[in-house]
Ligand binder design. Structure first.
Ligand code: HEC
Length: 180
């Protein structure tokens, strides 16, 4: 009995020692470094539909230039016919036997197009576009999808005002009775 109690005592000592080592691991081994506020800010750029968009603006015409030089090789000359995702068209097809889901026909928020392009595109060089270029190429794609006029300029205010065609057709809450 006594030796088992002693074994438990030593096991618990070893456990606290392990915890203490973990707690001070950074001091002891020089792991990691404090994260600078600016470094966090550089990554913390996502924009939710209710979130705030950055300063900047871009027209459909500017967007055509950005699109032709940085997007067309993958997405096709007018947003379709390229090797990667089709970005234009599909309007009115979602409730047919052959739905064509594009950012124009399917996505519920225009701000998500800005957010996605700014963080993820061009696929091979994400993060290389300026905010003005992202606004512009978003304006161009919205125009190609027939959602904004050819003279449209997108900025924080106008982009939030764009109502996407499929906006009202999403179920906000999970209807399953056992879902939280
Ligand atoms: C090197 C090829 C490549 C280039 C260049 C590129 N893309 Fe993409 N793009 C992709 C791929 C691959 C996907 C799909 C990514 C995935 O599903 O994870 C994609 C997806 C997208 C989507 C989402 C489509 C959807 O319906 O889900 C958008 C919007 C988009 N790209 C916009 C752009 C824009 C704007 C540019 C230019 C600034 C661009 N892309 C440049 C390869 C590319």
């Amino acid at each position: 009995m006594r030796s088992r109690a002693r074994a438990r005592f030593f096991a618990s000592l070893a456990w606290s020692a392990a915890l203490a080592t973990a707690a001070f691991a950074d001091d002891r081994f020089g792991f990691g470094q404090p994260v600078a506020t600016l470094d966090v800010a550089a990554w913390n750029v996502d924009v939710a539909p209710s979130g705030s968009l950055p300063a900047g603006q871009g027209s459909v015409a500017d967007g055509l230039r950005v699109y032709a030089s940085t997007c067309a090789q993958c997405h096709g000359s007018n947003g379709q016919g390229g090797p990667m995702d089709r970005l234009v068209g599909g309007s009115g097809t979602l409730n047919t036997a052959t739905p064509v889901k594009t950012i124009g026909s399917y996505w519920p928020y225009a701000t998500t197009i800005f957010d996605y392009i700014r963080r993820a595109m061009p696929f091979d060089r994400p993060g290389t576009l300026t905010n003005d270029q992202v606004y512009a190429v978003t304006a161009y794609l919205l125009n190609q999808n027939g959602i904004v006029a050819p003279g449209a300029v997108m900025n924080a205010r106008t982009l939030k005002g764009v109502v996407m065609p499929n906006h009202g057709r999403f179920i906000e809450h999970d209807p399953r009775p056992d879902a939280p």
